[in-house]
Design a protein around this ligand. Structure first.
Ligand SMILES: [Zn+2]
Length: 250
């Protein structure tokens, strides 16, 4: 389990599983875990079985159909399933106060947010591309956790590896949504920018008064580190997806 927990802020949290998978180095596609990307479904199922075996028996896994929205679903009452719930429900995040439920986010360049209030035992996970970031999905995630009783001062958030400004070129149509986050944008030419959405998400979390020391941003760029992480841009749109996960042990 340790090898997938790349987040220092979750190191000391007993009873929490949280991390981000990488490609298997022997077989680059061994740990692709998304059903919706048109890859061999049989193989993905085997990968998911392999992944879920790393956790205690009877853990449940949830993934939604991610659509670049800012919709967050409370899955606390989701009980009538075993194994992996691959839902056709469209959403880009989830929260729960239930133990034994693994919230999963599938990405290749987009950002995964993993959030935890250890005092009140509430977790959340979200998927943020530039569209979700523009809609401030980070805020929706935290507010949904607060509805379950989470407190801002307790919440820790890890931001997964994502494509960074070294590699993520965008046009004016995208950049214009983020002009107020000057740290996240680098102008590289006439109507050309490079964008880092992890910086925007961190700002949005700090706007909610989440303490800076409770936010960990992975420094890894998925495009630069394509040997370890799937990158939609680097692999010309045909990449697999790695998973960022968070769940509380029984
Ligand atoms: Zn890069």
């Amino acid at each position: 389990m340790k090898k997938w927990n790349i987040y220092k802020i979750f190191n000391q949290e007993n009873g929490l599983f949280a991390g981000t998978t990488t490609k298997n180095l022997k077989n680059p596609y061994a740990y692709s875990l998304a059903i919706h990307t048109g890859e061999n479904a049989q193989k993905i199922k085997l990968n998911r079985d392999e992944f879920s075996k790393k956790f205690p028996k009877n853990f449940k896994f949830i993934s939604f159909l991610q659509i670049h929205s800012s919709k967050i679903i409370d899955v606390s009452e989701y009980e009538n399933f075993n194994g992996w719930l691959e839902s056709n429900i469209e959403a880009d995040g989830m929260v729960t106060n239930k133990k034994g439920v693994m919230l999963t986010i599938l990405t290749a360049d987009c950002l995964g947010l993993l959030a935890y209030d250890s005092k009140n035992k509430i977790i959340g996970a979200a998927h943020a591309g530039w569209r979700g970031t523009k809609q401030n999905i980070a805020k929706n995630l935290i507010e949904k956790m607060q509805k379950l009783g989470a407190k801002i001062e307790n919440i820790k958030v890890a931001l997964s590896p994502s494509i960074k400004s070294c590699c993520y070129e965008v046009g004016e149509d995208v950049a214009k949504n983020f002009y107020q986050y000057s740290d996240a944008l680098v102008k590289t030419g006439e109507k050309k920018w490079h964008l880092d959405i992890s910086i925007v998400n961190k700002s949005q979390l700090m706007d909610l008064n989440i303490k800076e020391e409770n936010i960990e941003v992975s420094s890894i760029c998925t495009s630069c580190k394509n040997s370890d992480y799937f990158s939609y841009r680097k692999e010309c749109g045909c990449s697999g997806r790695f998973i960022s996960y968070i769940g509380m042990d029984f």
